[in-house]
Write a protein that binds this ligand. Structure first.
Ligand code: ATP
Length: 292
């Protein structure tokens, strides 16, 4: 079985509070894009999970979210057979694009289809998906969304999901600079009580998306992490500026960074901007795509 694990961007990202257990309460507009890792899954007679990947520094044991997700489901349903998986990664690692979470979602869907679907879990696709999403949050806050895909409002720690209509079609240019940002540090540096912190208008964006209003959506794009992270890594601002001066309607950092994405309403403009970005060498990964 061959599955695609789609990357996500945050069209809007706000952090609204901190819970007693240390997790942050977020409000995010999530959008999957046509950039994906490929997960191949095969049954094997002998028990156990064998995982391989094309990225040498990504772990292939319990620390890999794919392994974790597959094992969780196989243990719960007492599956005696084994699994061989190969993960080919194209989504940049530790980049704010939920690569690992999406791989885990693909593992949930794959293991379910291979061993469980139409046998133990409810055969109705929608209920099945909801069942998987309930388990997915144990692997990571973004994993339920990655099972769901499309456009959604994510609240709570990211697991309370409201499906939104598909955003008006647009093109997305992704540029990841060669710096690493730890999500933990990004949260630690965020001073929520600082009046200078700018919270994006998530409710306004929800309304714009519901009305199919691309201009309204773009005008409300915002990421609460941006100022703090950009002050440490100015290259993020440089990529944003390059995209916007080359035709992007708006460019913004995704998640806790450092990946920048630009929204374009014209494919040719995006392709030209991609060429300029590659030439500039500001980004290590440049990928031109569209929303899913
Ligand atoms: P998010 O957008 O959810 O914050 P991210 O893009 O910051 O995700 P990932 O690419 O998911 O981060 O990876 C973060 C870390 O998780 C990596 O440093 C890696 O060691 C570990 N990891 C575990 N499983 C995977 C996986 N399947 N793919 C990539 N990294 C993984």
């Amino acid at each position: 079985m061959r599955l695609r694990a789609l990357a996500k961007i945050n069209l809007g990202l706000d952090v609204v509070g901190k819970r007693d257990d240390g997790y942050h309460e977020v409000r995010m507009i999530m959008q999957t894009i046509q950039m994906y890792d490929v997960l191949e899954i095969e049954k094997k007679k002998e028990p156990g999970i064998v995982l391989t990947t094309n990225i040498p520094y990504v772990p292939t044991d319990e620390r890999n979210l794919v392994y974790k997700a597959a094992k969780m489901l196989m243990d719960e349903f007492d599956i005696k057979e084994g699994l061989t998986m190969n993960l080919e990664k194209f989504i940049p690692v530790a980049a704010g694009m939920a690569g690992g979470s999406s791989d885990a979602a693909a593992a949930f869907v794959g293991v379910n289809r291979l061993f469980i679907y139409k046998t133990k879990v409810c055969p109705l696709a929608k209920v099945m998906r909801r069942e998987l999403m309930k388990r997915a949050v144990k692997v990571g806050a973004d994993v339920p969304y990655c099972v769901m895909r499309g456009t959604a409002l994510a609240e709570g720690i990211g697991e309370k999901l409201t499906r939104l209509p598909r955003v008006p079609h647009c093109y997305v240019l992704v540029g990841k600079p060669g710096v690493n940002v730890s999500t933990k540090t990004a949260y630690e540096n965020l001073k929520l009580d600082d009046p200078a912190v700018v919270h994006p208008d998530i409710d306004g964006m929800v309304t714009a998306v519901r009305n199919g209003d691309l201009d309204g959506m773009i005008s409300r794009m915002g990421n609460v992490f941006e100022p703090g992270i950009i002050s440490k890594y100015p290259v993020i601002q440089e990529i944003k500026d390059l995209m916007e001066s080359n035709g992007a309607r708006k460019a913004m950092m995704s998640g806790s960074g450092p990946t920048v994405f630009g929204i374009f309403d014209d494919k040719e403009k995006m392709d030209r901007a991609a060429a300029v970005l590659r030439e500039s060498r500001l980004a290590k990964t440049v990928f031109a795509t569209d929303v899913f």
